[in-house]
Design a protein around this ligand. Structure first.
Ligand code: MN
Length: 213
């Protein structure tokens, strides 16, 4: 969470991919990660750094930049690239090569009080991800003490919705097209069954999340 660094000389630094490019195979190929992390995510970081040169956003933390540009018509390009820089960092960490496993006891209790069962949450994530029209993201968020599944379009992030994101799934076509072509539902089902990092979601439930951000 804390590896999006910024300084006045070099600008924002792309977050580290927390596993090897081939680590998520066979659900997501090294080829997809190579393009998605190496070209798309890097492209957002590079574009952001160019856009902020000489502006009030040079040297500003990423989360603050997102908050300061959200909803401002004349700052759309900076917002889009800043939010996509953050969203992708969050997405890489929402996935794990160690297999989906089970949520911790505390997270599971929260899931059950909000959705009834873990399976019900998985179903809601899958439905949201497959029915979202166009490019965007599906998120598990904490909203006023309750867990919810929300969708955002394009670069939009729950960071500007006053809720705390716990995990996300990227449903832009570039996230799955090389492996699944138009079959978004198959990508989503495989990610939910095999790659969700419940440990990351549990970490985001704790106050430590706020301290490092
Ligand atoms: Mn993406």
């Amino acid at each position: 969470m804390s590896d999006n660094k910024v300084n006045n000389v070099f600008g924002h630094v792309q977050s580290v991919l927390p596993y090897e490019e081939k680590a998520l195979e066979p659900v997501i190929s090294a080829n997809t990660i190579g393009f998605h992390y190496g070209k798309h995510h890097k492209g957002y970081v590079d574009a952001l750094n160019k856009l902020i040169i000489g502006t009030e956003f040079a040297g500003m933390k990423l989360e603050m930049t997102i908050a300061a540009t959200a909803g401002k018509a004349d700052k759309v390009a900076i917002f889009n690239n800043a939010a996509q820089t953050w969203n992708h960092m969050f997405y890489w960490n929402s996935l794990t090569h160690k297999g989906s496993g089970e949520p911790s006891a505390a997270l599971k209790q929260k899931i059950e009080s909000s959705f009834g069962t873990l399976d019900a949450l998985k179903k809601e994530l899958a439905t949201a991800a497959t029915t979202h029209f166009g490019s965007g993201w599906v998120w598990l968020v904490l909203d006023d003490g309750k867990l919810k599944v929300v969708k955002t379009g394009n670069a939009d992030s729950p960071l500007s919705m006053k809720v705390k994101p716990l995990l996300t799934i990227d449903v832009w076509e570039h996230a799955y097209y090389l492996d699944y072509q138009n079959r978004r539902a198959d990508y989503v089902a495989a990610v939910i069954a095999k790659l969700i990092n419940w440990g990351f979601a549990a970490d985001n439930l704790t106050p430590a999340f706020e301290e490092v951000n």
